[in-house]
Design a binder for this molecule. Structure first.
Ligand code: UDX
Ligand code: UDX
Length: 458
Protein backbone atom coordinates (compact mmCIF):
# COMPACT_ATOMS: atom_id res chain seq x y z
CA UNK A 1 0.00 0.00 0.00
CA UNK A 2 1.21 3.51 -0.80
CA UNK A 3 1.02 5.87 2.16
CA UNK A 4 0.21 9.58 1.80
CA UNK A 5 3.23 10.66 3.84
CA UNK A 6 6.38 8.99 5.06
CA UNK A 7 7.09 10.25 8.57
CA UNK A 8 10.25 9.46 10.52
CA UNK A 9 11.01 10.19 14.13
CA UNK A 10 14.59 10.05 15.42
CA UNK A 11 14.60 9.40 19.18
CA UNK A 12 12.20 6.84 20.67
CA UNK A 13 11.99 8.27 24.19
CA UNK A 14 9.25 9.70 26.39
CA UNK A 15 8.45 12.36 23.79
CA UNK A 16 9.12 10.62 20.46
CA UNK A 17 7.47 7.28 21.27
CA UNK A 18 4.03 8.45 22.47
CA UNK A 19 3.84 11.34 19.97
CA UNK A 20 4.48 9.10 16.99
CA UNK A 21 2.15 6.42 18.33
CA UNK A 22 -0.60 9.05 18.46
CA UNK A 23 0.06 10.31 14.92
CA UNK A 24 0.04 6.76 13.57
CA UNK A 25 -3.08 5.87 15.55
CA UNK A 26 -4.98 8.93 14.32
CA UNK A 27 -3.69 8.87 10.73
CA UNK A 28 -3.64 5.40 9.17
CA UNK A 29 -2.95 7.04 5.81
CA UNK A 30 0.62 7.93 6.89
CA UNK A 31 3.50 5.57 7.46
CA UNK A 32 5.26 6.42 10.73
CA UNK A 33 8.71 5.00 11.37
CA UNK A 34 10.53 5.49 14.69
CA UNK A 35 14.28 4.95 15.06
CA UNK A 36 16.76 5.30 17.90
CA UNK A 37 20.50 4.86 18.38
CA UNK A 38 19.77 2.28 21.06
CA UNK A 39 18.77 -0.97 19.28
CA UNK A 40 17.54 -2.51 22.55
CA UNK A 41 15.05 0.32 22.92
CA UNK A 42 13.63 -0.48 19.50
CA UNK A 43 13.31 -4.14 20.55
CA UNK A 44 11.35 -3.02 23.59
CA UNK A 45 9.04 -0.86 21.49
CA UNK A 46 8.39 -3.94 19.34
CA UNK A 47 7.62 -6.08 22.38
CA UNK A 48 4.83 -6.30 24.93
CA UNK A 49 6.99 -4.49 27.48
CA UNK A 50 7.30 -0.96 26.16
CA UNK A 51 10.36 0.94 27.41
CA UNK A 52 8.18 3.51 29.18
CA UNK A 53 5.07 3.26 31.34
CA UNK A 54 2.35 5.65 30.28
CA UNK A 55 -1.37 5.01 30.86
CA UNK A 56 -3.17 4.19 27.57
CA UNK A 57 0.03 4.01 25.51
CA UNK A 58 0.10 0.27 25.01
CA UNK A 59 -3.44 0.26 23.59
CA UNK A 60 -2.68 2.72 20.83
CA UNK A 61 0.70 1.15 20.05
CA UNK A 62 -0.98 -2.22 19.71
CA UNK A 63 -3.58 -0.79 17.36
CA UNK A 64 -1.11 0.93 15.02
CA UNK A 65 2.04 -1.17 15.27
CA UNK A 66 2.64 -3.21 12.13
CA UNK A 67 -0.20 -1.35 10.38
CA UNK A 68 1.39 2.04 9.84
CA UNK A 69 3.60 2.39 12.93
CA UNK A 70 7.03 0.81 12.78
CA UNK A 71 9.99 0.83 15.16
CA UNK A 72 13.19 0.07 13.33
CA UNK A 73 16.96 0.14 13.76
CA UNK A 74 18.17 1.33 10.38
CA UNK A 75 18.37 5.08 10.85
CA UNK A 76 19.96 5.71 7.42
CA UNK A 77 17.23 3.87 5.51
CA UNK A 78 14.63 5.66 7.59
CA UNK A 79 16.08 9.05 6.67
CA UNK A 80 16.18 8.19 2.95
CA UNK A 81 12.53 7.14 2.88
CA UNK A 82 11.11 10.05 4.88
CA UNK A 83 9.35 13.21 3.70
CA UNK A 84 9.11 14.65 7.20
CA UNK A 85 11.57 13.95 10.01
CA UNK A 86 10.72 14.69 13.63
CA UNK A 87 13.77 14.92 15.85
CA UNK A 88 13.22 14.17 19.51
CA UNK A 89 16.64 13.18 20.74
CA UNK A 90 17.55 14.33 24.20
CA UNK A 91 19.12 17.67 24.97
CA UNK A 92 20.45 17.34 28.52
CA UNK A 93 22.14 20.10 30.47
CA UNK A 94 25.77 20.45 29.44
CA UNK A 95 28.15 18.95 31.96
CA UNK A 96 31.39 20.29 30.48
CA UNK A 97 32.98 23.40 29.00
CA UNK A 98 31.27 26.74 28.47
CA UNK A 99 27.81 26.88 30.02
CA UNK A 100 28.36 23.66 32.00
CA UNK A 101 25.44 23.08 34.38
CA UNK A 102 23.25 25.56 32.50
CA UNK A 103 23.28 25.42 28.70
CA UNK A 104 21.74 22.62 26.66
CA UNK A 105 24.09 19.99 25.30
CA UNK A 106 23.41 20.06 21.59
CA UNK A 107 25.85 17.38 20.53
CA UNK A 108 23.13 14.77 19.86
CA UNK A 109 21.09 17.25 17.90
CA UNK A 110 24.02 18.26 15.75
CA UNK A 111 25.08 14.65 15.23
CA UNK A 112 21.55 13.85 14.14
CA UNK A 113 21.50 16.79 11.72
CA UNK A 114 24.76 15.63 10.17
CA UNK A 115 23.44 12.11 9.80
CA UNK A 116 20.32 13.44 8.08
CA UNK A 117 22.53 15.43 5.72
CA UNK A 118 24.70 12.41 4.99
CA UNK A 119 21.85 10.00 4.24
CA UNK A 120 19.23 12.20 2.59
CA UNK A 121 18.82 11.92 -1.16
CA UNK A 122 15.83 14.23 -1.47
CA UNK A 123 14.48 17.41 0.15
CA UNK A 124 12.84 17.07 3.58
CA UNK A 125 11.06 18.90 6.31
CA UNK A 126 12.83 18.67 9.66
CA UNK A 127 10.70 19.18 12.76
CA UNK A 128 12.31 20.10 16.09
CA UNK A 129 10.38 18.22 18.76
CA UNK A 130 13.09 18.34 21.40
CA UNK A 131 13.17 21.45 23.54
CA UNK A 132 16.01 23.53 22.22
CA UNK A 133 17.59 26.86 23.00
CA UNK A 134 16.41 29.76 20.91
CA UNK A 135 18.00 29.94 17.47
CA UNK A 136 18.89 26.26 17.26
CA UNK A 137 16.77 25.88 14.15
CA UNK A 138 18.91 28.44 12.39
CA UNK A 139 22.11 26.59 13.26
CA UNK A 140 20.56 23.32 12.13
CA UNK A 141 19.43 24.80 8.87
CA UNK A 142 22.96 26.03 8.21
CA UNK A 143 24.42 22.60 8.82
CA UNK A 144 21.75 20.89 6.77
CA UNK A 145 21.87 23.24 3.84
CA UNK A 146 25.67 23.15 3.66
CA UNK A 147 25.55 19.94 1.67
CA UNK A 148 24.17 18.54 -1.50
CA UNK A 149 22.87 20.56 -4.41
CA UNK A 150 19.20 20.14 -5.10
CA UNK A 151 18.45 18.77 -1.63
CA UNK A 152 16.74 21.37 0.55
CA UNK A 153 15.83 21.16 4.22
CA UNK A 154 13.18 23.29 5.85
CA UNK A 155 13.38 23.35 9.65
CA UNK A 156 10.22 23.87 11.69
CA UNK A 157 9.90 24.15 15.46
CA UNK A 158 7.06 22.13 16.96
CA UNK A 159 7.64 21.85 20.72
CA UNK A 160 5.85 19.11 22.62
CA UNK A 161 3.83 20.18 25.65
CA UNK A 162 2.70 16.74 26.86
CA UNK A 163 3.15 15.92 30.53
CA UNK A 164 4.16 12.43 31.59
CA UNK A 165 1.47 10.32 33.19
CA UNK A 166 -1.15 12.08 31.06
CA UNK A 167 0.74 11.99 27.74
CA UNK A 168 -1.94 10.17 25.77
CA UNK A 169 -4.76 12.49 26.89
CA UNK A 170 -2.50 15.52 26.29
CA UNK A 171 -1.62 14.32 22.78
CA UNK A 172 -5.19 13.46 21.94
CA UNK A 173 -6.59 16.74 23.19
CA UNK A 174 -3.80 19.32 23.30
CA UNK A 175 -4.36 22.86 24.63
CA UNK A 176 -2.47 23.95 21.57
CA UNK A 177 -0.12 22.71 18.88
CA UNK A 178 2.58 25.27 18.22
CA UNK A 179 4.42 25.47 14.93
CA UNK A 180 7.30 27.88 14.42
CA UNK A 181 8.41 28.66 10.90
CA UNK A 182 10.38 31.05 8.77
CA UNK A 183 8.17 33.33 6.74
CA UNK A 184 9.50 32.23 3.37
CA UNK A 185 7.75 30.41 0.57
CA UNK A 186 9.26 27.09 1.55
CA UNK A 187 8.68 27.79 5.27
CA UNK A 188 4.98 28.37 4.66
CA UNK A 189 4.73 25.25 2.52
CA UNK A 190 6.39 23.15 5.22
CA UNK A 191 4.03 24.63 7.81
CA UNK A 192 1.04 23.56 5.72
CA UNK A 193 2.36 19.99 5.56
CA UNK A 194 2.71 19.82 9.34
CA UNK A 195 -0.65 21.48 9.99
CA UNK A 196 -2.23 18.89 7.72
CA UNK A 197 -0.96 16.09 10.00
CA UNK A 198 -2.35 17.58 13.23
CA UNK A 199 -5.58 18.68 11.57
CA UNK A 200 -6.53 15.01 11.40
CA UNK A 201 -7.64 15.24 15.04
CA UNK A 202 -6.86 18.71 16.45
CA UNK A 203 -9.32 21.60 15.94
CA UNK A 204 -7.97 24.32 13.65
CA UNK A 205 -8.14 27.04 16.31
CA UNK A 206 -5.80 25.02 18.53
CA UNK A 207 -3.07 24.89 15.90
CA UNK A 208 -1.13 28.12 16.21
CA UNK A 209 1.85 29.34 14.30
CA UNK A 210 4.55 31.83 15.17
CA UNK A 211 7.97 32.79 14.08
CA UNK A 212 10.51 30.10 14.75
CA UNK A 213 12.31 31.85 17.62
CA UNK A 214 9.05 32.60 19.43
CA UNK A 215 8.15 28.94 19.15
CA UNK A 216 11.46 27.74 20.57
CA UNK A 217 11.28 30.29 23.36
CA UNK A 218 7.63 29.54 24.17
CA UNK A 219 8.47 26.01 25.24
CA UNK A 220 11.12 27.21 27.70
CA UNK A 221 8.80 29.92 28.99
CA UNK A 222 5.80 27.60 29.42
CA UNK A 223 7.90 25.27 31.56
CA UNK A 224 9.42 28.17 33.49
CA UNK A 225 5.95 29.58 34.27
CA UNK A 226 4.61 26.19 35.38
CA UNK A 227 7.62 25.56 37.60
CA UNK A 228 7.41 29.10 38.93
CA UNK A 229 3.88 28.46 40.21
CA UNK A 230 5.10 25.41 42.12
CA UNK A 231 8.07 27.29 43.59
CA UNK A 232 5.76 30.17 44.49
CA UNK A 233 3.35 27.96 46.44
CA UNK A 234 6.25 26.01 47.95
CA UNK A 235 7.79 29.26 49.17
CA UNK A 236 4.46 30.01 50.83
CA UNK A 237 4.32 26.51 52.34
CA UNK A 238 7.28 27.26 54.64
CA UNK A 239 5.59 30.43 55.80
CA UNK A 240 2.39 28.47 56.49
CA UNK A 241 4.31 25.98 58.60
CA UNK A 242 5.61 28.86 60.73
CA UNK A 243 2.29 30.64 61.07
CA UNK A 244 -0.26 27.84 61.28
CA UNK A 245 -1.90 28.90 58.04
CA UNK A 246 -2.82 26.00 55.75
CA UNK A 247 -1.23 26.08 52.30
CA UNK A 248 -4.14 24.08 50.82
CA UNK A 249 -6.60 26.71 52.01
CA UNK A 250 -4.38 29.50 50.74
CA UNK A 251 -4.00 27.81 47.33
CA UNK A 252 -7.75 27.33 47.07
CA UNK A 253 -8.53 30.94 47.92
CA UNK A 254 -5.82 32.29 45.63
CA UNK A 255 -6.64 29.90 42.77
CA UNK A 256 -10.31 30.92 42.72
CA UNK A 257 -9.21 34.24 41.29
CA UNK A 258 -9.87 33.55 37.63
CA UNK A 259 -6.80 35.60 36.75
CA UNK A 260 -4.67 33.13 38.67
CA UNK A 261 -6.52 29.82 38.24
CA UNK A 262 -6.37 26.67 40.36
CA UNK A 263 -3.85 24.47 38.53
CA UNK A 264 -0.23 23.82 39.52
CA UNK A 265 -0.69 25.18 43.02
CA UNK A 266 -0.09 21.93 44.90
CA UNK A 267 2.66 22.45 47.42
CA UNK A 268 5.06 19.51 47.36
CA UNK A 269 8.46 18.22 48.33
CA UNK A 270 9.61 19.84 45.08
CA UNK A 271 9.13 19.44 41.36
CA UNK A 272 11.08 16.91 39.36
CA UNK A 273 11.04 15.59 35.81
CA UNK A 274 13.39 15.91 32.90
CA UNK A 275 12.18 19.33 31.79
CA UNK A 276 11.58 21.98 34.43
CA UNK A 277 15.06 22.37 35.89
CA UNK A 278 16.81 21.83 32.56
CA UNK A 279 14.64 24.31 30.69
CA UNK A 280 14.84 27.00 33.36
CA UNK A 281 18.62 26.71 33.54
CA UNK A 282 18.61 26.98 29.80
CA UNK A 283 16.56 30.16 30.02
CA UNK A 284 18.93 31.52 32.66
CA UNK A 285 21.86 30.76 30.38
CA UNK A 286 20.17 32.52 27.48
CA UNK A 287 19.51 35.60 29.63
CA UNK A 288 23.08 35.68 30.81
CA UNK A 289 24.37 35.16 27.25
CA UNK A 290 22.52 38.33 26.27
CA UNK A 291 23.84 40.21 29.31
CA UNK A 292 20.50 40.08 31.17
CA UNK A 293 21.83 39.12 34.59
CA UNK A 294 18.86 40.38 36.63
CA UNK A 295 16.40 38.49 34.48
CA UNK A 296 18.47 35.32 34.66
CA UNK A 297 18.73 35.66 38.40
CA UNK A 298 14.96 36.02 38.69
CA UNK A 299 14.34 32.71 36.90
CA UNK A 300 17.16 30.94 38.67
CA UNK A 301 15.29 31.71 41.90
CA UNK A 302 12.62 29.19 40.81
CA UNK A 303 15.24 26.43 40.83
CA UNK A 304 16.82 27.67 44.08
CA UNK A 305 13.49 27.51 45.92
CA UNK A 306 12.97 23.99 44.59
CA UNK A 307 16.36 22.83 45.92
CA UNK A 308 15.57 24.52 49.22
CA UNK A 309 12.20 22.80 49.46
CA UNK A 310 13.79 19.35 49.14
CA UNK A 311 16.43 20.18 51.73
CA UNK A 312 13.81 21.64 54.07
CA UNK A 313 11.85 18.40 53.84
CA UNK A 314 14.80 16.35 55.04
CA UNK A 315 15.68 18.83 57.78
CA UNK A 316 12.08 18.70 59.01
CA UNK A 317 12.38 14.93 59.24
CA UNK A 318 15.62 15.19 61.13
CA UNK A 319 14.30 17.75 63.62
CA UNK A 320 11.03 15.89 64.15
CA UNK A 321 12.76 12.59 64.79
CA UNK A 322 14.82 13.88 67.71
CA UNK A 323 17.71 15.19 65.61
CA UNK A 324 19.05 11.83 64.59
CA UNK A 325 18.18 9.50 61.74
CA UNK A 326 21.18 7.22 62.16
CA UNK A 327 20.16 3.58 62.09
CA UNK A 328 16.49 4.51 61.69
CA UNK A 329 14.48 2.77 59.02
CA UNK A 330 12.63 5.15 56.72
CA UNK A 331 10.27 4.10 53.99
CA UNK A 332 9.76 6.22 50.87
CA UNK A 333 6.30 5.83 49.38
CA UNK A 334 6.98 6.54 45.72
CA UNK A 335 10.15 7.24 43.78
CA UNK A 336 8.83 8.43 40.41
CA UNK A 337 8.93 12.21 39.93
CA UNK A 338 5.13 12.21 39.68
CA UNK A 339 2.30 9.68 39.67
CA UNK A 340 1.46 7.42 36.71
CA UNK A 341 4.96 7.20 35.32
CA UNK A 342 8.00 5.06 35.95
CA UNK A 343 10.24 8.03 35.11
CA UNK A 344 12.58 9.13 37.87
CA UNK A 345 14.58 11.85 36.13
CA UNK A 346 15.28 14.70 38.60
CA UNK A 347 12.93 13.10 41.09
CA UNK A 348 12.95 14.78 44.52
CA UNK A 349 12.88 11.24 45.98
CA UNK A 350 16.49 10.73 44.88
CA UNK A 351 17.63 13.87 46.67
CA UNK A 352 15.75 12.82 49.78
CA UNK A 353 17.15 9.26 49.62
CA UNK A 354 20.67 10.67 49.22
CA UNK A 355 20.29 12.95 52.23
CA UNK A 356 18.84 10.13 54.35
CA UNK A 357 21.76 7.89 53.44
CA UNK A 358 24.10 10.75 54.41
CA UNK A 359 22.41 10.73 57.83
CA UNK A 360 23.12 6.99 58.05
CA UNK A 361 19.45 6.07 57.89
CA UNK A 362 18.27 2.79 56.39
CA UNK A 363 16.05 3.48 53.41
CA UNK A 364 13.27 1.30 52.00
CA UNK A 365 11.94 2.42 48.62
CA UNK A 366 8.50 1.46 47.38
CA UNK A 367 6.91 2.39 44.06
CA UNK A 368 4.40 0.67 41.75
CA UNK A 369 6.30 1.40 38.51
CA UNK A 370 9.67 3.03 39.19
CA UNK A 371 11.67 0.46 41.16
CA UNK A 372 13.93 -0.52 38.23
CA UNK A 373 14.89 3.11 37.70
CA UNK A 374 15.18 3.64 41.47
CA UNK A 375 17.72 0.81 41.67
CA UNK A 376 19.85 2.36 38.94
CA UNK A 377 19.56 5.90 40.31
CA UNK A 378 20.51 5.01 43.88
CA UNK A 379 23.38 2.75 42.93
CA UNK A 380 25.96 5.46 43.52
CA UNK A 381 24.61 6.39 46.93
CA UNK A 382 26.23 3.26 48.40
CA UNK A 383 23.70 3.29 51.18
CA UNK A 384 21.63 0.77 53.09
CA UNK A 385 18.73 0.78 50.62
CA UNK A 386 16.08 -1.86 50.01
CA UNK A 387 13.43 -1.98 47.28
CA UNK A 388 10.04 -3.43 48.11
CA UNK A 389 7.04 -2.90 45.87
CA UNK A 390 4.34 -3.85 48.39
CA UNK A 391 3.77 -0.76 50.57
CA UNK A 392 2.68 -2.78 53.62
CA UNK A 393 5.80 -4.90 53.54
CA UNK A 394 7.96 -1.86 52.80
CA UNK A 395 6.66 0.13 55.79
CA UNK A 396 6.74 -2.76 58.24
CA UNK A 397 9.31 -2.18 60.99
CA UNK A 398 10.03 1.37 59.85
CA UNK A 399 10.28 4.45 62.08
CA UNK A 400 8.85 6.77 59.45
CA UNK A 401 7.12 6.94 56.09
CA UNK A 402 7.85 9.77 53.67
CA UNK A 403 5.36 10.15 50.80
CA UNK A 404 7.33 11.18 47.74
CA UNK A 405 4.92 10.55 44.86
CA UNK A 406 1.18 11.19 44.67
CA UNK A 407 0.29 7.65 43.50
CA UNK A 408 -3.42 7.01 44.07
CA UNK A 409 -2.62 3.76 45.88
CA UNK A 410 -1.06 5.66 48.80
CA UNK A 411 -4.29 7.52 49.52
CA UNK A 412 -6.27 4.39 50.15
CA UNK A 413 -3.97 2.09 52.14
CA UNK A 414 -5.04 0.63 55.49
CA UNK A 415 -2.92 2.98 57.61
CA UNK A 416 -4.08 1.33 60.85
CA UNK A 417 -2.48 -1.91 59.69
CA UNK A 418 0.64 -0.04 58.64
CA UNK A 419 0.83 1.83 61.95
CA UNK A 420 0.58 -1.44 63.88
CA UNK A 421 3.57 -2.86 61.98
CA UNK A 422 5.84 0.15 62.52
CA UNK A 423 8.29 1.20 65.19
CA UNK A 424 6.83 3.61 67.74
CA UNK A 425 6.54 6.54 67.85
CA UNK A 426 5.60 6.31 64.16
CA UNK A 427 6.04 9.30 61.85
CA UNK A 428 4.59 10.18 58.48
CA UNK A 429 5.93 13.01 56.33
CA UNK A 430 3.51 13.75 53.53
CA UNK A 431 5.53 15.35 50.73
CA UNK A 432 2.42 15.54 48.53
CA UNK A 433 -0.37 16.30 51.00
CA UNK A 434 -2.42 13.34 49.75
CA UNK A 435 -3.42 11.45 52.89
CA UNK A 436 -6.04 12.30 55.50
CA UNK A 437 -3.82 13.92 58.12
CA UNK A 438 -6.44 14.07 60.91
CA UNK A 439 -7.30 10.42 60.47
CA UNK A 440 -3.66 9.35 60.54
CA UNK A 441 -3.12 11.43 63.67
CA UNK A 442 -6.08 9.70 65.32
CA UNK A 443 -4.57 6.33 64.43
CA UNK A 444 -1.48 7.39 66.36
CA UNK A 445 0.92 8.72 63.71
CA UNK A 446 2.87 11.93 64.20
CA UNK A 447 1.93 13.69 60.99
CA UNK A 448 4.00 16.27 59.11
CA UNK A 449 2.27 17.66 56.01
CA UNK A 450 3.73 20.33 53.72
CA UNK A 451 2.59 23.83 54.60
CA UNK A 452 0.09 22.80 57.28
CA UNK A 453 0.33 22.52 61.04
CA UNK A 454 2.02 19.32 62.19
CA UNK A 455 -0.09 16.91 64.25
CA UNK A 456 2.02 15.35 67.01
CA UNK A 457 1.32 13.34 70.12
CA UNK A 458 4.11 14.81 72.25
C1 UDX B 1 13.79 14.70 26.60
C2 UDX B 1 13.09 15.91 27.21
O1 UDX B 1 11.94 15.47 27.85
C3 UDX B 1 12.76 16.92 26.17
O2 UDX B 1 12.27 18.10 26.71
C4 UDX B 1 14.00 17.24 25.45
O3 UDX B 1 13.75 18.27 24.59
C5 UDX B 1 14.52 16.01 24.79
O4 UDX B 1 14.84 15.10 25.81
P1 UDX B 1 12.59 12.54 26.12
O5 UDX B 1 11.85 11.93 24.99
O6 UDX B 1 11.96 12.54 27.45
O7 UDX B 1 12.88 14.03 25.78
O8 UDX B 1 14.07 11.94 26.19
P2 UDX B 1 14.52 10.43 26.19
O9 UDX B 1 13.45 9.58 26.75
O10 UDX B 1 15.88 10.41 26.76
O11 UDX B 1 14.57 10.10 24.62
C6 UDX B 1 15.52 10.52 23.74
C7 UDX B 1 15.88 9.34 22.82
O12 UDX B 1 16.73 9.79 21.79
C8 UDX B 1 16.60 8.22 23.54
O13 UDX B 1 15.90 7.01 23.36
C9 UDX B 1 17.96 8.18 22.86
O14 UDX B 1 18.52 6.88 22.77
C10 UDX B 1 17.66 8.77 21.50
N1 UDX B 1 18.82 9.34 20.81
C11 UDX B 1 19.66 10.17 21.46
C12 UDX B 1 19.02 9.05 19.47
O15 UDX B 1 18.27 8.30 18.88
N2 UDX B 1 20.09 9.62 18.82
C13 UDX B 1 20.98 10.43 19.47
O16 UDX B 1 21.93 10.90 18.85
C14 UDX B 1 20.76 10.72 20.83
C1 UDX C 1 6.18 19.24 32.19
C2 UDX C 1 5.14 20.18 31.55
O1 UDX C 1 3.93 20.14 32.34
C3 UDX C 1 4.86 19.77 30.13
O2 UDX C 1 3.97 20.69 29.52
C4 UDX C 1 6.17 19.75 29.36
O3 UDX C 1 5.96 19.31 28.04
C5 UDX C 1 7.17 18.84 30.04
O4 UDX C 1 7.35 19.25 31.40
P1 UDX C 1 6.14 16.82 33.24
O5 UDX C 1 7.47 17.18 33.80
O6 UDX C 1 5.99 15.53 32.52
O7 UDX C 1 5.61 17.95 32.24
O8 UDX C 1 5.06 16.78 34.46
P2 UDX C 1 4.30 17.90 35.29
O9 UDX C 1 2.92 17.45 35.48
O10 UDX C 1 4.48 19.25 34.75
O11 UDX C 1 5.01 17.81 36.73
C6 UDX C 1 6.34 18.26 36.94
C7 UDX C 1 6.68 18.18 38.42
O12 UDX C 1 5.97 19.16 39.17
C8 UDX C 1 6.34 16.84 39.07
O13 UDX C 1 7.36 16.48 39.95
C9 UDX C 1 5.07 17.14 39.82
O14 UDX C 1 4.84 16.28 40.90
C10 UDX C 1 5.34 18.57 40.28
N1 UDX C 1 4.13 19.35 40.61
C11 UDX C 1 3.18 19.59 39.65
C12 UDX C 1 3.98 19.89 41.89
O15 UDX C 1 4.83 19.71 42.77
N2 UDX C 1 2.86 20.65 42.15
C13 UDX C 1 1.90 20.90 41.21
O16 UDX C 1 0.92 21.61 41.54
C14 UDX C 1 2.06 20.34 39.92
Amino acid sequence: MKFEKEILCIGAGYVGGPTMAMIAYKCPQYRVNVVDILPEKIDQWNSENLPIYEPGLYGIVQEARGRNLFFSKDIGAGIKAADIIFVSVNTPTKTYGAGAGMAADLQYWEKTARQILECAESSKIIVEKSTLPVKTAQAMERILNSGKDGVQFEVLSNPEFLAEGTAIADLENPDRVLIGLQQTGSGLKARDELVEIYANWVAADRIVTSNIWSSELSKLVANAFLAQRISSINAISSLCEKTEADVGEVARAVGMDTRIGPKFLNASVGFGGSCFKKDILNLVYLCSHYGLEQEGDYWEGVVRINEHQKERFVLNMLTAMFNTLAGKKICLFGFAFKANTGDTRETPALTVAGRLVAENAQVVISDPKALDNARKDTNELNGDIKFIEDPYEAASGCHAIAIMTEWEVYRTLDYQEIFNSMQQPAFIFDGRNIVDHEKLYEIGFNVFPIGKPKLVHF
